[in-house]
Structure formats: C-alpha cells, structure tokens
Ligand binder design. Structure first.
Ligand code: SF4
Ligand code: SF4
Length: 152
C-alpha cells in the first residue's frame, strides 16, 4: 500500500494512475505474444514493420508468428524456448526492463493471467467512490455521521 507522499508523487508529479506490485516469475509469456505500437497505431503488416527495425534494436529481435484482429503478433527471438529465460537478460532493452508499465493498458494490452506482477490503482476505487459520494451528498453524510455518534 502506498503512503500519502508516494500517492502524491506518482499521481501528481508522474501523472500515473497505476503502480506496479509483485515480481517476475520468469514464465516468459510476455516475450511470446507481443504487439508493436508506433505513431500510426498497432503494426498490421510486415512492410511497415521492416521500417521500424532501423529505429530501435528491440524491433530487430522480433519475428512475426501470427496475425489476429488486433494486428501482427510477434515473438522475441531472444527467449530461450527451453528455459523460458531471456538470452540477453543483462543487456535487454529498457522497454523490457520497465515492463509492465501502465501504457500497456492504454495500448489495449493486458498482463497475462499468471504474471507475477499486478498493476494496482494509485487511488483505489473505494476512495474515488467515497470522494464522489461526499461531493454529491453532503447533507446525507452529516446525517449518517450523527447517527454513528449517537449509536456509539
Ligand atoms: S529481449 Fe529478452 S526480455 Fe526482452 S522481449 Fe526479448 S526475451 Fe523478452
Ligand atoms: S509474464 Fe510476467 S511473470 Fe511472466 S516473464 Fe513476463 S513479467 Fe515475468
């Protein structure tokens, strides 16, 4: 659970809505089903992808394994199929080191069910709900507070 300072720092300074908890279990799933998004959206054809290879070394590691309704599906060639470990773990790109980030959700992605990480909302839904409730029903709130005090 984040303390008040952490909440303020993440949400107001960094502009985040989620924070990461947990740890990597080394299953390798996130290196097997990858969509690539760039300025124009999720990559749909290989020609478009070829141009990206000159922009970042991460793209040179990927190979197309499928295409679905979202776009081309890639797998990373650095994933050892036997051990499910990254063959270049020490020098892996920043995008892999930072995984998962909340941008994943804005891109329409999701964590795999068995992933050891979880993305928790910085301000839990219950808190958001209470704030909205307080703002919309100030009179009701004081009524309940009085009731609570009397019954104590
Ligand atoms: S470089 Fe390593 S960590 Fe990054 S996607 Fe490939 S196998 Fe996974
Ligand atoms: S899916 Fe999650 S647990 Fe599995 S390798 Fe990726 S980050 Fe680690």
């Amino acid at each position: 659970m984040l303390n008040k300072f952490q909440k303020f720092f993440y949400s107001k300074i960094l502009g985040r809505k989620y924070y990461r908890t947990g740890h990597c279990l080394g299953c390798g799933r996130c290196c097997k089903k990858i969509y690539v998004k760039h300025a124009k959206g999720i990559i749909q054809d290989e020609k478009e992808f070829e141009n990206l290879k000159y922009q970042h070394r991460f793209y040179t590691y990927l190979k197309v394994i499928d295409k679905d309704e979202t776009g081309l599906v890639f797998e990373c060639t650095n994933l050892d199929p036997e051990t499910h470990k990254c063959k270049i773990h020490k020098t892996r790109p920043g995008i892999c080191r930072r995984y998962p980030q909340e941008e994943l959700f804005s891109m329409g992605g999701a964590l795999s069910e068995d992933c050891g990480y979880k993305m928790e909302p910085i301000i839990p839904f219950s808190e958001v709900f209470l704030t909205i409730q307080k703002k919309s029903q100030p009179e009701k709130k004081s009524f309940f507070q009085k009731l609570f005090k009397i019954s104590k």
